[in-house]
Design a protein around this ligand. Structure first.
Ligand code: SAM
Length: 269
């Protein structure tokens, strides 16, 4: 059973997991190093708990407790009850729907384990924007992608913003780090995956003509420069989503939705 603890001092050391949440540079280092991530809002907290993540603690306004206490019943963790002002002072912002949970990270699956059953995979190279990472996971969950691999430099799928934008899809779609990079692309090829380098470059073949039959890996590049030359050189084909004249590229999450729909529904089969 969780223990309810009322807190009224923003400097209370027990609230350390929740401090400086607006300092992205600090939190993106601290959270993986300390083995935690944050779930925000009742729905996302419940999805993390249902996915089997263990809570380290919860920080919430009392009015949001009824929505999450049932799912917390099996966990022996402190639930800190605070008013809205204290929450804002500790975290640095107005917390969405008043509930935050600090969750324990789990070891990521090995690539061999992940790829043993996955047939449709997405690979993200060095995305920097947590919103895009979360949106790609949400699209992957909705459109039939079995697993996500993120390059070592790619933004953290368990960062608060990614988790929130994904609506908890980061808990539902199996994922791991594509380490070594770009060597993981060779591993995918060796395991029989067709690796599709997604690029708006006109020299690529149209998505309409691409062979999307599984096992297939969709490889998406970073927001500014797109895929690196090293990644492109390792892929089996360069694939372009046709666009209207005068448009340079799609946002990476938008591009992911288009190609996942084609791959996931077997449009080409
Ligand atoms: C904003 S784009 C990067 C644009 C960059 N100038 C380039 O040439 O790739 C980010 C990623 O979205 C995907 N993407 C965007 N538009 C695309 C399109 N029309 N066809 C295929 N992939 C696209 C690619 O994977 C790209 O690396």
């Amino acid at each position: 059973m969780p223990s309810l603890v009322r807190v009224d001092d923003p400097a209370d050391p027990r609230l350390r997991d929740y401090t400086d949440l607006t300092d992205v540079a600090l939190r993106r280092v601290r959270e993986p190093a300390e083995g935690l991530f944050l779930a925000e809002g009742e729905k996302v907290v419940l999805r993390a708990l249902h996915a089997g993540y263990a809570p380290r603690s919860v920080l919430t306004e009392a009015k949001w407790l009824p929505g999450i206490e049932g799912a917390l019943a099996a966990h022996d963790c402190p639930v800190y009850l605070a008013d809205a002002d204290l929450l804002r002072t500790v975290t640095g912002y107005r917390v969405h729907r008043g509930a935050l949970a600090s969750m324990q990270r789990r070891a990521l699956p090995s690539l061999d384990d992940l790829l043993a059953t996955a047939r449709r995979v997405v690979v993200l190279e060095d995305l920097v924007d947590h919103t895009n990472v979360g949106a790609v996971f949400r699209n992957a969950a909705a459109l039939g992608i079995d697993a996500v691999l993120v390059s070592p430099e790619c933004a953290d799928p368990l960062y608060r913003r990614s988790v929130k934008v994904s609506m908890g899809a980061v808990f539902a779609v199996p994922w791991s780090r594509a380490d070594p990079w770009p060597g993981t692309l060779d591993l995918l090829r060796d395991k029989g995956f067709r690796t599709l380098a997604m690029s708006p470059d006109p020299s690529g073949g149209s998505l309409r003509d691409a062979d999307l039959a599984p096992p297939v890996a969709v490889v998406l590049g970073t927001e500014g420069e797109g895929l690196t030359a090293a990644a492109l050189a390792r892929c089996s084909a360069k694939v372009r989503i046709p666009m209207a004249a005068g448009v340079d590229s799609l946002n990476v999450a938008a591009a992911s939705a288009v190609v996942f729909y084609a791959v996931g529904t077997g449009l080409q089969a």
